[in-house]
Design a protein around this ligand. Structure first.
Ligand code: PAF
Length: 273
């Protein structure tokens, strides 16, 4: 596995490569969720590139940029064992200049839900993903369904800017007790970790209601809140696969999302119906 820090060096290496490139952009602190993306990227492409970059522009003032888990040595081993060909590991100064031109700003769907709680977050995500796509020129890029809103906005950016990359979302990986895997789970203490299970349980409750043909968003929201109580719920939302709020779940076209706070930690999760 080759580790490359410079965007220009990576561009030069990749220019010489002929076959398809599978790309998994990450912020490191890799877990099984990332591994499933890497596995798929390897399977479907001749070359697998993973990036590890804790992108400062997607963190708001006062968020966890400084304490975001950084585990490069462990991540490097994981990537090497997983068969990654190139690990791209730039630093902020390699990716950004002062006073940059800004072109990546989401539409209204980037300012609801996560974008409402974290205004400007998706500007940072889209900007860095566009930079990464321009550097790596992937044939296919792989993301987790857990960040559903991020995925939708990236798909929209790719379409709107006529970018030549197929973006693919893979299932959320869960711990055996149902907690969605996230690099931020390490922030939870034991009591919070236990409480956090209510998030997955609330989504299970929503799924069971849908199985019983209960489709009304209001009823699903109410029952989910009962399961989540007494957690601090930031939002529960039922949206279409293009992120338009729905009053009724539509099988094959709905995502039920939840965000909750456990102490200082925010967790998000969702289920695609
Ligand atoms: O999902 C993430 O890990 C990040 O938002 C991403 C896509 C790597 C951009 O920094």
């Amino acid at each position: 596995m080759k580790i490359v820090r410079s965007p220009h060096e990576l561009k030069t290496i990749l220019k010489e490569h002929q076959g398809e490139i599978g790309f998994v952009p990450t912020m490191g602190a890799l877990h099984r969720g990332h591994l499933s993306l890497i596995e798929r990227a390897r399977k479907e492409n001749a070359l697998c590139v993973v990036s590890i970059f804790v992108n400062p522009t997607q963190f708001l003032e006062g968020e966890d940029l400084d304490k975001y888990p950084k585990k490069f040595e462990a991540d490097e081993k994981i990537c090497s064992i997983a068969g990654v060909d190139i690990l791209f590991y730039p630093q902020a100064e390699d990716m950004y200049e002062e006073d940059e031109i800004k072109i990546c700003s989401p539409n209204v769907r980037g300012y609801v839900l996560e974008g409402h709680v974290r205004p400007g977050h998706f500007d940072g995500v889209l900007t860095v993903v566009m930079k990464l796509f321009n550097i790596v020129t992937p044939t296919r890029a792989y993301f987790g369904k857990k960040d559903a809103q991020q995925f939708l906005l990236i798909m929209q950016m790719v379409k709107n800017f006529f970018m030549d990359v197929e973006v693919i979302a893979l299932e959320t990986m869960r711990e055996s007790d149902g907690l969605a895997m996230s690099s931020r789970n390490v922030y939870l203490n034991d009591a919070e970790r236990l409480e956090a299970l209510k998030i997955g349980k609330s989504l299970k409750c929503a799924t069971n209601l849908v199985i019983q043909k209960v489709f009304e968003a209001e009823r699903i929201d109410k029952e989910m809140r009962e399961v989540l109580s007494p957690l601090e719920v930031e939002y529960i939302s039922i949206v279409s696969r293009s992120f338009v709020p729905q009053e009724k779940v539509e099988i094959g076209n709905s995502i039920i999302l939840v965000a909750a706070r456990l102490g200082a930690t925010r967790l998000i999760d969702n289920i695609w119906i």
